[in-house]
Design a protein around this ligand. Structure first.
Ligand code: GRF
Length: 218
């Protein structure tokens, strides 16, 4: 059997999306394995999750570098060293510069806890609640040089209830994140994501967003 391609996962916190990716990999649902987990925060629980799976980890502290570009160059070097074919940002709380984005063209995915282009930035669930939308959700997209602005791969919608708090909404969204991130990674490695300008066509599954309405209460 040929070696599976490797992905690099970047985390800053809990790493529950990393866990979903690790679990999907173990179950054989995605045709790749996590080869390295990198964090800018040594205390990130995501690093612990990686260690439990015997996956190499690396801490690259942004505070150790004089500029965002210098930090990004170190990240690029570390990822290149791992041989990763895809970079997955999974709760990585740093804005990356063109130095990083251009190093891996169309090979960086990010997950965001809102239905982009609504509520980009760091407080997706809070902003959705404050705005009063009836649906929010999550988005997996390719990284471009803007903030949460790259071509969208998959989205899942969840309802917003009157008695929701930021925490309850974020938790409902997170369940869907754990479903769609492995799905996007699978489609990437199956070579089925065709970027056409802003749009990403999914070969063989043109109606994929409908999947997520099957499980609205999860
Ligand atoms: C997720 O909501 C993700 O969308 C956002 O940060 C959170 C990370 O959660 N970018 P986790 O670290 O994967 O648990």
């Amino acid at each position: 059997m040929s070696e599976q391609p490797v992905i690099a996962v970047l985390v800053s916190g809990s790493g529950s999306n990393l866990q979903a990716i690790l679990d999907a990999s173990l179950r054989g649902e995605i045709p790749c394995r996590v080869g390295i987990v990198i964090s800018n925060k040594p205390e990130a629980y995501g690093l612990e999750r990686a260690r439990k799976h015997g996956i190499p980890t690396e801490v690259v502290r942004h505070t150790d570098f004089p500029s965002r570009e210098a930090f990004d160059r170190k990240l690029v070097e570390t990822i290149r060293g791992s041989g990763a074919a895809l970079v997955c940002l999974a709760g990585f709380m740093r804005v990356l510069t063109p130095v990083f984005v251009r190093a891996f063209p169309n090979r960086i995915l990010n997950i965001h806890p809102a239905l982009l282009p609504s509520f980009p930035g760091t407080h997706g669930p809070k902003q959705a609640l404050e705005y009063g939308v009836r649906f929010s959700g999550c988005t997996v997209h390719f990284l471009d040089e803007g903030v949460d602005s790259g071509p969208i791969v998959v989205q899942a919608a969840v309802p917003v209830y009157d008695d929701d708090t930021e925490e309850s909404l974020a938790a409902r969204i997170l369940v869907q994140e754990h479903r769609i991130y492995p799905m996007a990674i699978r489609l990437f490695f199956q070579g089925r994501l065709k970027i056409e300008g802003r749009r990403v066509r999914i070969e063989g599954e043109p109606r994929i967003p409908e999947f997520f309405h099957r499980n609205p209460d999860a």
